[in-house]
Ligand binder design. Structure first.
Ligand code: IPE
Length: 276
C-alpha cells in the first residue's frame, strides 16, 4: 500500500481564459504560463506539493462548440467548411489540441526544474460532471518535485451520447475532496481579481468580493457563445462543494501569480475566498 502523503498539498486550476487567447484558435499565453510555473516552483520550495489542472480556452471551446461536442453524438449533424469532417474527427482533433496545450504547460514546468507527470483524462476518465468515473489514485505520490498535471478534455460517456466534455472544474473538485491532505484549491483566473459585484469591465477595487457565501450575489460573464462548460457559475458551484468538505477555496487573478504564493505563505493576498 502506498504511504499516505503527510505534507502540505494544494490543487491549482489554470483557467483556460488565463492561459490562452480565448477567441483565437489554439494560441497560448506563453508568458502567463511561464510566470505561473515559476510561482509553482517557488511553492514547492516552500515544501508544498502542487497538483495542476488546466482548462482549454481556445484549444478546446471553439471547436467543441462548433461541433456541439458538449451535446454528445448527434447522428445527423454535419458541418461543412471545417478542417474536421465529422463529430468523431472533431473529438480526436480537440483531444490533440488539448495535448498540444498540455505539452506547453509541461515544458514550462520542466523549464523551471520540476518533474511533470501528465494524466490526459480521455485515457483514464469517463462520464461527465462531478460523478465522473476514473481512479484518482494516479495523482497520489509523496514526491514533492513531481507535479501531476491534468486538464478538461473530451471523454467517453457510457450511454448513447458516447462522448462529452469533462470540465477541469469537475476534476479539481474531486481531487480536492478525495486526495488526502489537500489544504487549498485555487482557481487562477484571467482578467479578474476574483468574484466581482459588478460586470468585470465596470469593476473597481471596491467591487471585489473577498468572502463569498451563497447569500452574496455576484456578476459573472459566461460567454455561452464560446464556452461549452460552465464558466464562473460552475467554478462557484464546485468551489462551494469543496469548501463544505473543509478544504479552503480561493479565486485569484493568475496574471499576478505571486498572490498564490502569498496565500500559501499566510501573507496578505488579493482575491476571493469561497466560504462553506
Ligand atoms: C474544457 O475544460 C475542456 C474542453 C473544452 C475540451 P474547462 O472547463 O476546464 O476549460 P476552461 O477553463 O473553461 O477553458
Amino acid at each position: 500500500m502506498p504511504a499516505i502523503f503527510m505534507g502540505r498539498r494544494i490543487v491549482v486550476k489554470f483557467g483556460g481564459a488565463l492561459i490562452t487567447k480565448k477567441d483565437e484558435q489554439s494560441v497560448a499565453h506563453l508568458q502567463v504560463i511561464r510566470n505561473l510555473c515559476s510561482v509553482i516552483k517557488a511553492i514547492t520550495e516552500e515544501g508544498i506539493q502542487v497538483i495542476i489542472v488546466h482548462g482549454a480556452g481556445s484549444f478546446g471551446h471553439l471547436k467543441a462548440k462548433r461541433w456541439r461536442l458538449n451535446e454528445g453524438y448527434l447522428p445527423d449533424f454535419v458541418l461543412l467548411d471545417d478542417d474536421s469532417s465529422s463529430q468523431q474527427e472533431a473529438v480526436d482533433d480537440v483531444r490533440n489540441d488539448m495535448l498540444t496545450l498540455n505539452a506547453i504547460v509541461l515544458s514550462e514546468l520542466k523549464h523551471v526544474g520540476l518533474n511533470a507527470l501528465s494524466h490526459p483524462p480521455h485515457e483514464w476518465a469517463s462520464n461527465l460532471g462531478p460523478q465522473f468515473l476514473g481512479d484518482l489514485a494516479r495523482f497520489n505520490s509523496d514526491d514533492i518535485d513531481t507535479i501531476h498535471v491534468t486538464f478538461g478534455d473530451v471523454v467517453n460517456v457510457d450511454d448513447e451520447t458516447q462522448f462529452g466534455i469533462l470540465s477541469g472544474d469537475d476534476i479539481v473538485a474531486r481531487l480536492s475532496m478525495e486526495l488526502p491532505n489537500i489544504e487549498s484549491l485555487v482557481f487562477a483566473m484571467g482578467g479578474v481579481d476574483g468574484l466581482l459585484k459588478v460586470p468585470p469591465h465596470l469593476a473597481t477595487d471596491e467591487d471585489l468580493i473577498e468572502m463569498w457565501s451563497p447569500e452574496v450575489s455576484y456578476e459573472g460573464l459566461h460567454q455561452t457563445d464560446i464556452d461549452v462548460t460552465g464558466g464562473i457559475g460552475l467554478k462557484i458551484q464546485r468551489g462551494h462543494l469543496v469548501a463544505k468538505s473543509g478544504v479552503s477555496v480561493h479565486l485569484i487573478n493568475g496574471e499576478y501569480p505571486e498572490r498564490i504564493l502569498n496565500l500559501v505563505r499566510n501573507q496578505p493576498w488579493k482575491g476571493t475566498t469561497i466560504l462553506s
